[in-house]
Ligand binder design. Sequence first.
Ligand code: ADP
Ligand code: ADP
Length: 230
Amino acid sequence: MAVAITAQGLGKVFNGTAAVDRLDLAVEPGELLALLGPSGSGKTTLLRLVAGLEAPDAGRLLFGEEDATRLAARQRRVGFVFQHYALFKHLTVADNIAYGLRVRPRRTRPPEAEIQRRVGELLDLVQLNGLGKRRPAQLSGGQRQRVALARALAVEPRVLLLDEPFGALDAQVRRDLRRWLRDIHERTGHTTLFVTHDQEEALELADRVAILNRGRLEQIGTPDDILDRP
Ligand code: ADP
Ligand code: ADP
């Protein structure tokens, strides 16, 4: 299920400036890699390239052995969680989580009983048991991001992309969610790219940290490699 992601000379130019500048990067299957860097360093553009929401101007992108750039966004099977909750406000929590399964063509759509079962499992996983009938407006910010993660996981993604998912939350909630996300990751084992500009968050969460600057990879390593700790 979890695939390696390989970028080879991957580039994206906007208005004559490289947002992602011929980047080489190898993410291992099941790895949680944090992309750390200042605003404008190309983190979101890299995620959008991986998701198929942008087309590269240069280079190659592989999922396992497969050329991902040949696949449309829908075919890549990525789960995406954004900083600002992209939940449907008129749908219940359960229906938000089921959304990606229900919109599938009939041929690949699971039967409704199977969808219900999977939603139950996911509510369990993200610790929102009993809240399936609520609407997003009746949840806290942290709870909404847990729904967003459950929705991303519902489609059994090959790759999980998280773009500053805790960026809009207050410090204590962020800390709790970090530990929670780490725990979920150990249990589900998705290849995960986690964008943040918070160094502490990157070092605490990630297997490895990639530091981006002006669209280039400045450094990559484990938290111990990156930090000069005694
Ligand atoms: P980060 O996520 O690290 O803040 P981004 O990937 O959002 O960085 O942006 C990298 C650079 O690319 C910035 O200079 C940004 O203004 C530019 N950029 C990103 N998306 C677009 C776009 N759709 N059109 C034009 N420029 C863009
Ligand atoms: P972030 O830095 O958190 O990624 P931004 O506010 O920079 O968010 O970008 C939000 C959206 O606007 C993204 O889809 C990005 O691709 C786009 N964008 C960013 N910079 C530019 C730009 N200079 N011109 C046009 N679109 C941009």
